[in-house]
Design a protein around this ligand. Structure first.
Ligand SMILES: Nc1ncnc2c1ncn2[C@@H]1O[C@H](COP(=O)(O)OP(=O)(O)OP(=O)(O)O)[C@@H](O)[C@H]1O
Ligand SMILES: [Mg+2]
Length: 482
């Protein structure tokens, strides 16, 4: 039996591992986590990588910029020094510094390391000349650690060897630019995460909503609700699953209806069998009371009166009594035959039906033919034999009661593990579609055939006689449907 208790984790809560916890996370969170996690991981890795590359490249770029500006100015400065235009040289240096924000300072020195011109507005800082590493006038670039960060200081000698130009390029501006760039990259990554979150929520809804409907329908199915899922399924694997599920629901619905139908028929049949048994008992009791009881009482009265009768009257009365007794014996015999012929148990179906046919013909004056083929040396299971006997008995009773027939024939044939029977009369016929549900005979015949795994067919039309045919597999069954 399937338990209706809610599904529970096989492990107690405190013993659940991380893997169990991950597996028990709802599907929508798994999809959202996957999308957001991937974007976030990609964003963080990109940011770190870009940060590292930009920082390492920045130093090289600043060094190159510093030395290239120093070289350029060293070639220009020579002319100013030649004509001793130190004022013009100073203007050149200041305008260069003003035009390029990353350049913090420029100054020109002579062979004696004396400052000839500089870009400082508020005076030249003396300690700049005392920096280690710039003791000779050879081209070089060194990092100076200052209060505002690292300054890449390059020295480029004048071509005639009369001095040199020093240029200081600060990394502060570049660092600010890198920070701004990285900040915008982080913002873009967060935007990407947000978009991924929205998209994954949408995607999750699209994926999980049909699954949720399937889940709800499964729960409803457990409560006996076979209604199909009324939704437009997507055209993907989940949609195929939904369609297959709906198909299954329809099949289950049909099977359930069929089961309920059969159950109803079974109950009705049981009730009808019980009521027909009661009616049969009433009929037997009435027949015993009205006919046999009356006849025996009259025989008793007539026997009492025999003492007073003369010889001739005595002989006549004895003859009359004999006749009455014979009639009663015939009636009791008929009653017994209708109830259950012992010849059916003792000798089998064909002799029992042969005997019944004789009785029927004699009683109702209808020409009756009975042909049995293939039953001579065989006995079917007693249940099957009884069923067939009852079907033929009911068919003949109907002929006598309703058909107004002059001829009736019964054919019974055993071939290939099938017993086939045909009962045909030339009577009034009837419309099988218009049979009242109250009637038990034809219905009982069909039910008997069906319960034995066979079929029964009624062919009749008003004015065309009636043909009843049945086909039963000859197999042993344990229950007996009399
Ligand atoms: N061979 C037949 N010829 C003509 N009419 C028939 C024949 N067999 C059945 N019928 C019609 O079919 C009806 C239903 O028959 P059925 O045997 O089911 O019920 P019944 O004989 O009326 O009552 P019971 O339930 O006692 O058998 C009959 O009332 C009769 O009108
Ligand atoms: Mg009947």
């Amino acid at each position: 039996m399937i338990s209706s208790a809610p599904l529970q984790s096989p492990l107690p809560h405190r013993h659940r591992t991380i893997k169990d916890r991950l597996f028990s996370v709802p599907l929508r969170f798994k999809i959202m986590g996957l999308a957001v996690g991937l974007i976030a991981m990609f964003g963080v890795i990109t940011n770190i990588k870009v940060h590292t590359i930009l920082n390492s490249n920045m130093n090289t770029i600043l060094q190159e910029e510093s030395i290239s500006v120093a070289r350029e100015l060293s070639s220009h400065s020579k002319e100013y020094i030649l004509i001793n235009d130190l004022y013009g040289l100073t203007r050149l240096l200041r305008s260069t510094v003003e035009n390029r924000q990353e350049i913090r300072y420029i100054f020109v020195i002579n062979n004696d390391f004396r400052v000839l011109a500089h870009s400082f507005v508020n005076g030249f800082p003396a300690d700049l000349l005392n920096q280690d590493g710039f003791s000779t006038l050879q081209e070089q670039t060194l990092p100076l650690i200052t209060t505002e960060g690292v300054v890449w200081d390059s020295l480029s000698p004048l071509s005639d060897g009369s001095g040199a130009v020093r240029v200081g390029v600060s990394e502060t501006l570049r660092k600010q630019q890198i920070t701004t760039f990285l900040r915008s990259l982080v913002l873009h990554t967060m935007g990407g995460i947000l978009i991924a979150l929205v998209l994954s929520v949408l995607l999750t809804y699209i994926i999980t909503s049909p699954i949720k409907q399937l889940l709800d329908a499964t729960q409803a199915l457990k409560q006996g609700n076979y209604d199909c899922i009324q939704t437009q399924f997507p055209q993907d694997e989940v949609g195929d699953l939904g369609l297959a599920f709906n198909d299954m629901l329809r099949q289950l619905q049909l099977a359930e209806l069929d089961r309920q139908d059969k159950e109803k028929i079974r109950k009705e049949f049981l009730q009808r069998i019980i009521s027909s048994q009661e009616q049969e008992r009433k009929r037997v009791a009435r027949e015993l009371h009205d006919q046999t009881g009356q006849a025996l009482t009259s025989i008793m009265v007539r026997l009492k009166m025999l003492g007073k009768a003369g010889q001739t009257e005595l002989n006549q009365e004895i003859a009359a009594l004999k006749e009455t007794l014979l009639e009663e014996i015939g009636a009791i015999h008929h009653l017994a035959l209708e109830l259950r012929p012992s010849v059916l148990d003792d000798m089998g179906l064909a002799p029992a039906l042969e005997h019944y046919k004789d009785q029927f013909q004699e009683r109702h004056h209808i020409q009756t033919k009975f042909i049995a083929i293939g039953l001579e040396d065989k006995r079917a299971d007693l249940c099957v034999e009884t069923c067939i006997y009852r079907i033929i008995q009911e068919s003949l009773t109907n002929v006598a009661r309703h058909a107004n027939a002059s001829h009736v024939s019964v054919l019974l044939e055993w071939r290939n593990n099938q017993l086939r029977g045909i009962i045909e009369d030339d009577g009034d016929g009837f419309d099988p579609e218009k049979i009242s549900e109250e009637r038990l005979g034809l219905y009982g015949m069909e039910e008997r055939a069906r319960l034995l795994g066979g079929t029964l067919k009624i062919d009749s039309e008003p004015g065309e006689g009636t043909l009843i045919s049945f086909n039963l597999p000859v197999k042993c069954i344990t229950e007996c449907y009399e």
